[in-house]
Write a protein that binds this ligand. Sequence first.
Ligand code: NAI
Length: 705
Amino acid sequence: MTAHYQVHGDVAVITLDNPPVNGLGLSTRQAIAQGLDRANDDPAVRAIVLIGAGKAFSGGADIKEFGSPKAYQDPNLLSLILALEHSAKPVVAAVHAVCMGGGLELALGAHYRIAAPGTKVALPEVKLGLIPGAGGTQRLPRVIGVEAALNMIVSGEPVPAEVLAGLPGQKLFDRLAGSAETLLDEALALAREVAERHARGEPLPRVRDLRCRHPHGDAYFQFARNMVGAQSKHYPAPLKCIDAVQAATTRRFDEGLAFERETFLNLMTTPVSIALRHLFVAERAASKIADVPEDTPLRPVRSVAIIGAGTMGSGIAINFLNVGLPVTLLEAKDEALQRGVAHIRSVYEGQVKKGKLTPEQAEQRLGALRTTLSYEDIRDADLVIEAVFEDMEVKRRVFEQLDAVMKPGAILATNTSTLDVNRIAAFTKRPQDVIGTHFFSPANVMKLLEVVRGDATAKDVLATIMALGKKIKKTCVVSGVCDGFIGNRMIEQYSRQAGFLLEEGCTPAQVDRAIEAFGFAMGPFRMSDLAGNDVGWYIRKRRYVEKPHLRYSKVADRLCEMGRFGQKTGAGWYDYQPGKRDAIPSPVVEQMIADYRQELGITPRAISDEEIVQRLVFALVNEGAHILEEKIAARASDIDLVYLTGYGFPAWRGGPMHYAEQFGLFNVMQAMKRFAKNPHDDAAFWQPAPLIQRLVAEGKGFAAA
Ligand code: NAI
């Protein structure tokens, strides 16, 4: 059963029990409805308490039911709430920890509510491209006021119960419990009190009967539309939230409810909501590893050592300091160590200036940082992350040292972005303890962590790093070992296409503009200028030797030969004014590209934005399909997460693989065939991955890969 029924004296208690967060799936809804009937039929029962077992009152809809017919099957959430409202005996909702989405809507259907301190209350549907669909937009404004409710509904952010209980005139919570432990007893006491009052003839209060007005409604909602509209360009839901809350102020309750429902159902089928729900499910799926059981015992990680205090090492350190884990930074040279510490200090000072941290918090975090030049000082660390130069010889020396000094069972991780993790593991006599942790720059900001599983990596090492990644608030995606792992292996194909586009007639600015209009945070050329054009140059030089059969545009090499490494040298694909980051199209670069075309004998042609976007995105998709087929990524949605959290792919498009599926894999393949016929594109490049060919032939999507 996903909800239990018990009678405590004269009060029936219905306990939601559907771990992890008491999702309101069909069987839970049925069990609640049955409990209500039973309580109403039992003459010995005078009142009903609805409470949640475990970690939450309820997190809302059951994600396993998303979009499936089960979600609408009776009793659906709306009818269940109606049944609560119509209960002849008073219903008290006793909420703790998490009261969100459908969980809050359910509680709003009860006659009375009591909350444990610290309960997080939210209507987060907007984050999935939706509005609340079971009365939330109509009932919440009635109990906490129009403006407070609109803020919650448009942002989707949780608000602590104490804050809501403190709002003047609020009717959301009748009482705050002393603690989560005493919540049930206090709810029982409240239930008995209200049963008594009800017996004396006091009617049962219903949220739907409360008035909902705003003194300056029209002006207020217009203001809200202006504010929200400007911030939610590609997202239809936030403005629809405003429409629905306004309806609560202008329409009768049932009409408002019908309007909310219709709006909700319309949003369900929008590409944006489909994409956002895909990513929500993807995020949860990514932490599951088929052959690593969820209850795998973890290795304790109480201290971390980092080798190399450069760009990455110092950024990585901040992640652990932020969650209270002591970090020891080890460097080859004292000077580099001081630079790393200065960087960490400046990040914390910046956060203090912005008011994100108090000076005491910053000092406390810095106080957990140690530095050393000696391996002796790190031997007891539970985890060591290597972030030294990207050079196999340097890595070899570091891992041999680590193997010699680290205590048994310590996890040895490498932050390499391109080198073979299996080879690195083989430098030690404990390859089972070696793993890749590929952070993205800036490592204290970027959400993505590619967790690279070597052939010998032990399951508990993998599970420990996944759990630790979650603790430091990263989105962890497991990648197999290959050159570039998931993200950089794909971006290389995207960059190659970007180069071909220049050869065929585009300017860097035209390419960047087109893909940024598609929704990427930054186009390939602005991005490259930011990261440093020498990074790609270094990789290409390696490729020319390792893979001489692959064609690369040499335009980017010419740029580097001119010393234009990007923002750090004040010039790259674009010009930069001293101290500024605005990319100014460069006539020098455009001339260089034109000269290069002439050398190749290419007459430039006009290339549409549509072609630019498709060539860049489908380059990602085709490589993604290879990655999937080679089982470097476990699922297509993992690839989408990598792109969303590491490469600025627009969330509202759901990631490259999702986008391709929505576009139609057949159509993707047709486009590739067209590009293969372009006079100066690389026909070999556009050979569709065998997986795509198979899925198109079978009429299936990536889920069948
Ligand atoms: P960096 O050049 O900024 O820092 C490397 C640091 O390692 C330097 O401070 C150097 O003094 C130190 N070092 C070199 N040899 C050492 C040794 N034997 N023992 C101790 N310290 C030593 O390099 P960065 O950018 O931080 O890269 C580090 C690693 O992270 C590389 O493997 C790189 O491929 C990878 N990476 C870099 C990214 C980036 O955007 N910069 C992104 C993801 C991974």
